[in-house]
Design a protein around this ligand. Sequence first.
Ligand code: NAG
Ligand code: NAG
Ligand code: NAG
Ligand code: NAG
Ligand code: NAG
Ligand code: NAG
Ligand code: NAG
Ligand code: NAG
Ligand code: NAG
Length: 891
Amino acid sequence: MRTGSLAICFFILIANHLLFLANAELPDGTAIAALKKEFQVVQWPVHEPNYCLWLGVTCSSVDKSVEALELPHLNLRGNISLISQLKSIKKLDLSGNLFHGSISSSLGDLALLEFLDLSSNRLGGLIPPSFGSLLNLKSLNLSNNLLLGGIPDELRNLKSLQEFQISGNNLNGTIPWWIGGLSSLRLFSAYENNLFGKIPESLGLLSQLELLNLHSNMLDGVIPESLFFSGKLEVLVLTQNKLTGSIPVSVGLCKNLSSLRIGNNKLTGSVPASIGNISSLTYFEANDNLLSGELPREFAQCPNLTLLNLASNGLEGFVPVELGDLKNLQEFIVSGNSLTGEVPRSLLKGKNLNKLDLSNNRFNGSLPENICGTSRLQFLLVSQNSISGEIPPLIGQCVRLLELQLGSNYLTGGIPSEIGRIKNLQIALNLSFNHLHGPLPREMGKLDKLVSLDVSHNQLSGTIPTEFKGMLSLIDVNFSDNQLNGPVPMFAPFQKSPPWCFWGNKGLCGDPLSASCTSYYDAESDGSHRKASYKMVLAVIGSGLAIFFTVSVVVVLFTIRERQEMKSKKVNEVGVGGELPVAPVAIIAGNVFVDSLKQAVDFDSAIKATMNDANKLSSSTFSTAYKAVMPSGLVLSVKKLKSVDRTILNHQNKMIRELERLGNLTHPNLVRPIGYVIYEDVAVLLHHYLVNGTLARLVHEAPEDLFERDWSRRLLIAIGIAEGLAFLHNVAIIHLDVSSGNIFLDANYNALLGEIEISRLLDPSKGTASISAVAGSFGYIPPEYAYTMQVTAPGNVYSFGVVLLEILTSRLPIDEVFGEGIDLVKWVHGASGRGENPEQILDAKLSTISFAWRRQMLAVLKIAMLCTDTTPGKRPKMKKVVEMLLEVKQT
Ligand SMILES: *[C@@H]1O[C@H](CO)[C@@H](O)[C@H](O)[C@H]1NC(C)=O
Ligand SMILES: *[C@@H]1O[C@H](CO)[C@@H](O)[C@H](O)[C@H]1NC(C)=O
Ligand SMILES: *[C@@H]1O[C@H](CO)[C@@H](O)[C@H](O)[C@H]1NC(C)=O
Ligand SMILES: *[C@@H]1O[C@H](CO)[C@@H](O)[C@H](O)[C@H]1NC(C)=O
Ligand SMILES: *[C@@H]1O[C@H](CO)[C@@H](O)[C@H](O)[C@H]1NC(C)=O
Ligand SMILES: *[C@@H]1O[C@H](CO)[C@@H](O)[C@H](O)[C@H]1NC(C)=O
Ligand SMILES: *[C@@H]1O[C@H](CO)[C@@H](O)[C@H](O)[C@H]1NC(C)=O
Ligand SMILES: *[C@@H]1O[C@H](CO)[C@@H](O)[C@H](O)[C@H]1NC(C)=O
Ligand SMILES: *[C@@H]1O[C@H](CO)[C@@H](O)[C@H](O)[C@H]1NC(C)=O
C-alpha cells in the first residue's frame, strides 16, 4: 500500500509540473494556473495540461485564450481580482459560490466582458465604479449579495446592458435618472434593497423594458405615467414601497402587461378604466393602498384575469355585473372596502372561482339562492356586511367549500339542515353575530372535518344535539350568547373548551360549565356510562390500528413500486402533453402558512403540476415531488403523498396543526412546509423549490463529468444532514425515512432533510396514525425494525449511515451487483472478509483526486461503519456523529 501511495504522490508531482509547462505555452496559462491555486477548483484535473478542456473554461478557437469562465455553485472562494488577467474573457459566471469581501475594481479592465454574473455570493462593499468601463456588458447580475452604497453613476456608460439585476442587497440611495439612458435594457430588477426616492420618469425611455421589479424598497413619489408608454412592459412589481399618487391611466397602453403588483403602498385615486385595455392582464394585485372610487367594469375586458385583489382600500359602489364574464377568474378579493349592493351573483357563476372574499364591506340584500350553482368555490367569506334574509338551503350544494364565514351580518331564520352536506367544510363555519333562531340542526354533526365552529351571538334554542359528537376534527367552538339549554354533550372538544364558549345561554349545564345537570338527568350515571363506551370505542380503534399496522407494513414494503408504476401510467393517460386533466379536481382543503406567500400560491396550479410526469422531481417512500410554477412566478416543490395511507386524510386536522408547527421550526438543514392542499383522497404539501434536486440525483444520476464529483461538497452535505437530524432528535422527532432521495440541495448546495412532516404526521409513538410508517426506504431500514416495528433514534442513525456509504461509494443502497440478499451495508461490512481494502470500496473518482480527500473519506467510512452497526445500542448518537464529521472536516 505504501508503495502505491508513493507512486500516486509522484504522479501528482509530475502531473503538476507538466501542467505548468503545458499551460504556460497557452496565452492564459499563467493566469489560469494562478486561479486554480487561488480558487482551489478541485474539479480541474491535474493530469490534463490543456485548460481549454477543463470544466467551465471555454477558449477562443483562434488563439486559445479564455473567452468564458463558468463556475457556478462550486463552493469556491478566494480573491476574484486574478480574473482581471484573462483579458479576452467575454463571459464570467461565478454565481452561487462563497466569494466574500468587496468586488475587485480590476474586473473593470475586462473590456470585452459581455456577461457578468456574481450573484448569490457573499460579496460586500460597493459596486465598483470601474464597472463603468465594461462597455460591451449585456448582462450584469449582482443579486443576492451584501452590497452597500448606491448605484454608481459610472454605470451610465453601459449602453449595451440588457439585463441589470441587483436585487437582494443592502443598496441605498436613489434609482439614478440615467438608467433611462440604458436604451437596450429589457430587465431591471432591484427589489429587496433600501432604495429610496422616486422612480425616475426616465425609465419610460426604455423602449425595450419588459420586466421591472422594485418591490420591498422605500421608494416614494408616484408611478410615472411614462413607464407604460413603450407598451413593452410585461411584469411590473412595485409591492411594499411608499408610493403615492394614482395608478396612471397610461397603464392601458401596455397590452402585454400580464402581472401588475402594486400592493402595500399609499396609492390613491381610482383604478383607471384603461385597465380594460390590458388584454393580457392575468394577475392584478393592489391590496393595502388608499384607492377609492368604484371597481371599474372594464376589468371584464381582461379575459385572462385570474386574480383580482383590491383588499383593504376605500372602494365604493357596486361590483359590476360584467365581471361575471371573467371565465378564468379564480380569486376575487375585495375585503376591507366600502362596497355595497347584493352579493355579486354573476361572479358566482364563474366556473373557476374558488375564492370570493367580500368580508368587511357594506354588501346588503340576501344571499343568492343558488349560491354554489356551478362554481368550484372553496372560500366564501362574507362576514361583516349587512346581509339579511335567510341562509339558503341550497348552500348544501357548496360541496367544495372549505371555509364559510357569514358572521356579523343580519341573517335571520334557522340554520338549514342542508349545511351538514358540506362535507368538506374544514377551516371554519362561522355564523356568529347574526339573528339566527331555531334549533341547531343535528345534521351539522356530519361535518367531521370541521376545525372551527362559531355560532355565538344568535338566538338559537333547544339543546346541543348529541350528534355533534360526529364533528371529530373540532378544536374551536363557540356556542355563547344564544338560548340553548340542556347538557353539553360529553365530547372531548367541548369539555376541553373554556367555559365561556358556552356562557350566555338559557340553561346549558355539565362540563365545562360549573352548572350541574341534575335537573335534566342523573348526570353521574350518564356520564360514567358514556365514559365507559368512549373507552371501548378507543379500544376497538386501537386493535384495528394494530391489524392495520401489520398489514400496511407489508403493503408499503411490497407494493410501493407497483403503485408508483400504476400511478404514472394513469397520469400519462390523463395528462397527455401536460394539458389540464379533463375533469377539474375538487379541492377539499388548503392553506399557506407563510403570509407573504399567500397571494403567490395557487392551489390549482400546484395540483395541475402533479398531474404531469414531466414535472416530477423525486420520489420517496411516502411521496412524489413535482415542480410547480405558480401564475405569480413563484416556483414550488409540490409533494404528493402516496395514498397508501388513508389515515393521513382521516387525520387532516392533526396534520394541519403539525404542519403549522413545523412551519415554525427553523433549522437551515430541514425543509419546512409552507402550506398544503387536499383534494379527492390526495394530500399535497407545498415547499420552496430547491434547485439542485436531491442527493440521490447528485450521487447516482448526475452525468459522469467531474462537476458532480466533489468530495468537499459531499462532506458538507453529510454534515448538514447530520446537524438537521441531530436537531430533530433533540426536539424528540424521529424521522421516518432518512434516505438520499429525501435530502434536497438548494442553489448553494446546502443540504436540507425533507419529509420531516411525514414523521410528525405518522408519529407512531403518538398513537394516532398508522405505523406503516416504520417502513422507510429499501436499503435504509435498520435490521431491528423487522422485529421491533418501532422507529427509533438509533434507527435513524443507521439510515444516516447508509447515506454516508452512498456518498463514499457512489453506489446505490440496494444493487444486484452486491449479490443475492446483500445490500450496500452488508457489502461494505463484508469487505475485509472478502480481503478487500477500503480503497476498493470508496468511489475511486473521488478518493484518487487528492490525499487529503482520501484521508477524509477513510475517516468518514469509519463513522459510517459505526452508524450501521447491527446492534442499535452500539451506534453513536446523532450529536456525536456531527462532532466526528466536523472533526474530519478540520483535518
Ligand atoms: C486581491 O488581490 C489583489 C492583488 O493581489 C489585492 O490588491 C487585493 O487586496 C486582494 N483582495 C482581497 C480581498 O484580498
Ligand atoms: C441573477 O441571479 C439570480 C440569483 O442567482 C438569478 O435568480 C437570476 O435569474 C439571475 N438573473 C439573470 C438575468 O440572469
Ligand atoms: C448608504 O449606505 C452607506 C453604507 O452603509 C452609508 O455610509 C450611507 O450613509 C448611506 N447613504 C444614505 C444616503 O443613507
Ligand atoms: C406583445 O407580445 C407579442 C407576443 O410576444 C409581441 O409580438 C408584441 O410585439 C408585443 N407588443 C409590444 C407592444 O411589445
Ligand atoms: C383603449 O384603447 C382604445 C384603442 O385601442 C382607445 O380608443 C381607448 O381610449 C382606450 N381606452 C381607455 C379607457 O384607455
Ligand atoms: C390568454 O392566455 C392564453 C394562454 O396563456 C394565451 O394564449 C392568450 O393569448 C391570452 N390572451 C390574451 C388576450 O392575452
Ligand atoms: C343596498 O344598498 C344600496 C346602496 O346603499 C341601496 O341602494 C339598496 O337599496 C340596498 N338594498 C337593500 C336590499 O337594502
Ligand atoms: C366569527 O366571525 C366574527 C365576525 O366576523 C368574528 O368576530 C369572530 O372572531 C369569528 N370567530 C372565529 C372563531 O374566528
Ligand atoms: C365566543 O363568542 C363571544 C360572542 O358571543 C365572544 O365574546 C367570545 O370572545 C367568543 N369566545 C371565543 C373563545 O372565541
